[in-house]
Design a protein around this ligand. Structure first.
Ligand code: FAD
Length: 474
């Protein structure tokens, strides 16, 4: 083609992996081009993931707190919600504000942003198609770019399951985030992070929610004693949780959807306003010509990378949801910085000892490093200490004294190798444990660090006190 442009570092995708790689690569002196097929930057996380989901969770929390403040002697009359306004606030004041912020950062770093869909030709060349149907593909239309380095950050998309074709009433998480009205009956298939977080949010907003989960427990990546705190809370909000349930089919009418599922060998049906299917996500590695390159993928369709994020082709890197490991935005941020550094000749590498995982339920769940059982599987002997929020003055005064902090330390040395928190502020508190584990601090380091009183952070210190053999408030 005659319109071939040569570029230095090209990044496909502007989600957490792509835009952070772009900023870091620019900071390290590279000339950077980002290609994004959507109208806005920020990827799933900012547009239809982490950020809007937390906005709806926050709105639900506010409403619930307003309605439930009698414990403080407060009588509220008629706390009402106008969900159209809630959605407008989420879209304009939260999501748009954050995506505009990313746009400004890209400009500030002189990153070139091209809107269009990238399609790879080979290990050094790609074409950019206008977004939408690839009408130019066969005649080789579109802009052709020859790149020196490429970072793939194309992310993931929701999985559709048999019998539940996405439509008006059978929706994915994006549909679930963008409902126009609060449903009366809401069925959620899949009790993982996304399903459970939104179940709590919509229950707080007034919906009757049913979670259908195929395995014996919801949010199975957290330990059972942690999940049971959340389960109890969800049930107290009226959420019906049906586990070991096999979702069979969803039948839409213009006003509702009937979901058929099987539990204990018996077929059951629920009719709801909407049925949201959140059973996992598929990496976007099958839809942009990756097969035209020599980049190797795993049998699960993920891109194989080394500890710097380099693929089997030395000038092509991959980060975020398309590479193995937990599909989380902060893991994508981290990989993005490593890959940008590697392209600039830095000796950086990904070390996943402490990827925190958070679920923004009520109360929140957070964990980092190893659980006691994971340590055992690795042949590490541990000492474990647990301190309940019930013994913490701040949690009690907030009327949120459910849950606990657990520390896992290596026996003998006391080096912290894992931490789990379920309770108020768990998503914030886990950062202290992430630092501790990443820096290989031991229980004594935490125990001898003065934590302000009365705060939700004290149970971390209290658990460390237990580990060193001198428990204080227990
Ligand atoms: P993505 O964010 O998926 O971005 C990929 C980008 O690439 C997209 O903008 C896409 O349009 C673009 N793209 C793809 N193919 C092409 C192409 N061929 N040409 C041009 N552009 C292309 N994670 C957390 O850490 N915390 C949370 O609280 C959290 N909540 C979530 C809630 C929900 C409802 C969902 C769905 C996800 C949530 N996640 C959360 C996960 C998080 O969103 C992802 O891990 C993260 O977005 C992955 O970043 P990424 O850069 O790999 O990909």
């Amino acid at each position: 083609a005659d319109n071939v442009e040569e570029k230095d570092t090209v990044i496909i995708g502007s989600g957490p992996g792509g835009y952070v790689a772009a900023i870091r690569a620019a900071e390290l002196g590279q000339t950077v081009t980002v290609i994004e097929k959507e109208d806005t930057v920020g990827g799933v996380c900012l547009n239809v993931g982490c950020v809007p989901s937390k906005a709806l969770i926050a709105a639900g929390n506010r409403l619930k707190q307003d309605r439930d403040s009698s414990v403080y002697g407060i009588t509220t009359t008629g706390a009402e919600i106008d969900f159209t306004k809630t959605q407008a606030w989420k879209d304009e004041k939260v999501v748009a504000r954050m995506t505009n912020g990313v746009n400004m950062l890209l400009k500030k770093h002189k990153v070139e942003l091209i809107q269009g869909e990238a399609y790879l030709d080979n290990d050094t060349q790609l074409r950019i198609m206008p977004s939408g149907p690839r009408q130019f593909m066969d005649n080789g239309g579109g802009q052709t770019i020859k790149f020196k380095n490429l970072i793939l950050a194309t992310g993931s998309r929701p999985i559709e399951i048999k019998g539940f074709k996405f439509g008006e009433r059978i929706i994915d998480s994006t549909g679930g985030l963008n409902l126009k009205a609060i449903p009366k009956e809401f069925v959620i298939i899949g009790g993982g992070y996304v399903g459970t977080e939104l179940a709590g949010a919509y229950a707080d907003l007034g919906a009757h929610v049913t979670i259908l989960e195929g395995t014996p427990n919801i949010i199975p990546n957290f330990e059972k004693d942690m999940v049971s705190v959340v389960k109890k809370n969800l049930e107290s909000k009226g959420v019906t949780i049906i586990t070991s349930a096999m979702a069979k089919k969803g039948e839409e009418t213009d006003k509702d959807v009937t979901v058929t599922y099987e539990v204990d060998g018996k077929e059951e049906k629920i009719t709801a306003d909407y049925c949201m299917v959140t059973v996992g996500r598929r990496p976007n590695t099958d839809n942009f010509g990756l097969e035209m390159t020599s980049v190797k993928t795993t049998d699960r369709g993920l891109v194989e990378v080394d500890e710097q994020g380099r693929t089997s082709v030395s000038n092509i890197f991959a980060v975020g949801d398309i590479v193995p490991g937990p599909a989380l935005a902060h893991k994508a941020f981290f990989e993005a910085k490593t890959a940008a550094g590697a392209i600039s000749g830095q000796n950086s590498a990904n070390d996943f000892i402490g990827v925190p995982a958070v679920c923004f339920t009520d109360p929140e769940l957070a964990s980092v490093g190893l659980t006691k059982d994971e340590a055992k599987e690795k042949g590490i002997e541990t000492d474990v200490a647990k301190f309940p929020f019930a013994g913490n003055a701040r949690a009690v005064s907030l009327d949120e004294a459910e849950g606990f902090v657990r520390l896992v330390a290596e026996k003998g040395t006391g080096t912290l190798i894992g931490g789990q928190i379920v309770g108020p502020g768990a998503s914030e508190l886990i950062s202290e444990l992430s630092v501790a584990i990443n820096c290989q601090l031991n229980a004594e380091d935490i125990a001898r660090t003065i934590h302000p009183h009365p705060t939700l952070g004290e149970p971390v210190q209290e658990a460390a006190d237990i580990l060193i053999g001198y428990p204080t408030h227990i």
